[in-house]
Design a protein around this ligand. Structure first.
Ligand code: HEM
Length: 124
């Protein structure tokens, strides 16, 4: 009888631990989602706030202003990039549309934007 009870208890414990997420599991899941979605993945284009070219121009990175650049109608925040001190990067100033420059003049192309937060989309 004792043996039987032990087997039932063991089965219960095995089933229960397999079926329920521990709080750690849930946190892991959430962390996973957050990590995966960092920056651009979270920014479904449809949900990005609308900005005008004039608003972006105020974010030229000079004197403590945020540094925003427009590429293909999307506004990227380069404020925290060490390569955009005072909003300046290889003679290109933030606060404007640099689509042509990044595509045709920069050595790196568009890939570097993958790590930059998207903060808006341009509305005419
Ligand atoms: C003569 C033109 C340019 C040169 C020589 C240049 C050079 C570089 C270099 C060497 C890096 C380091 C990382 C890498 O190579 O992948 C970089 C990063 C980057 N560049 Fe340029 N770049 C130029 C133009 C532009 C333009 C026009 C943009 C417009 C948006 C731009 C945006 C960026 C961004 C967002 C990064 C990533 C910064 C970071 O990760 O902190 N670059 N660039």
């Amino acid at each position: 009888m004792k043996k039987f009870l032990l087997v039932v208890l063991a089965l219960f414990v095995l089933t229960a631990t397999g079926c329920f997420d521990t709080p750690e599991d849930v946190t892991d899941d959430l962390n996973g989602v957050e990590e995966e979605n960092i920056y651009n993945e979270t920014n479904d284009e449809a949900q990005l706030p609308f900005m005008t070219v004039e608003e972006v121009a105020e974010n030229d990175g000079v004197d403590g202003a945020n540094a925003y650049v427009i590429v293909d109608g999307i506004v990227y925040d380069v404020t925290d990039s060490a390569r955009w001190t005072e909003g300046l990067h290889n003679d290109f100033q933030a606060g404007q549309d640099l689509t042509d420059e990044i595509e045709n003049i920069s050595p790196h192309g568009l890939d570097v934007l993958d790590n930059m937060p998207q903060v808006g989309q341009i509305v005419e």
